[in-house]
Design a binder for this molecule. Sequence first.
Ligand code: FE2
Length: 256
Amino acid sequence: MIVAQITDMHIQRKGRRLYGIVNAAKHLRRCVERLNALKPRPDVVIATGDLTDRGKPREYRRLRSILGDLRMPSYIIPGNHDQREAMCEAFADHAYLPRGGQNVQYAIEHYPLRLIGLDSTSPDRAGGILDDERLRWFEARLAERPNAPTLVFVHHPPFRTGISRLDALGFSGVEAFGAIVSRHKQIERIVSGHIHRAMQVRWNGTIAYTAPSTAYQFVLALRAEQPLGLSLEPPGYALHVWDGTGLVTHTAQVGR
Ligand SMILES: [Fe+2]
């Protein structure tokens, strides 16, 4: 089974460019073409938040029309740039999505690799949050199928990245999240976005990973308080390949 991960697409309305220069829709279209052309083709696509830049209904309509070209099912979760209600409304035919602005959390059961999406967003903050209610739901899902190899996806990465401007945004509930993860050995990977770069780390007995953005990357700003600038490194995506015994994660570039 192959899971393609796209993230931080930051789709805007027509005519807009991120930072005045990045045409996010053009880059996402090219990425969709690439995913459709891959052989073997991915079985599913997961989109790990910051799907749009400002969470506006017309941005979601544009996103929807681009993702509509995917030749495989897609599963979406929000990032801090998204608005849950507008997102769920635009993707109303995605039956796994909740209605009415609830947390966007779900488990997809019918693949060899179980997929669990978590919602780390809150309307009033750019940082992450997993409160007690979301974590209780998560642990209950893990307890249901302790032997099912599982890929968890959540917008905010649960680890400190070393990029101080992003780490400063924080992640409320991350210690409790880590404690749950450490008790459930079936978690093959936790994959995120938010950082607009690829990185990975051992975390509570599993591997946590972030994928590059399909739109633009941030500079590798590892000095304390270094400004978080735009980097014109190529757009990218990830492929998580499950062969029945292990999950191999590839980071790929789309090119400009
Ligand atoms: Fe982002």
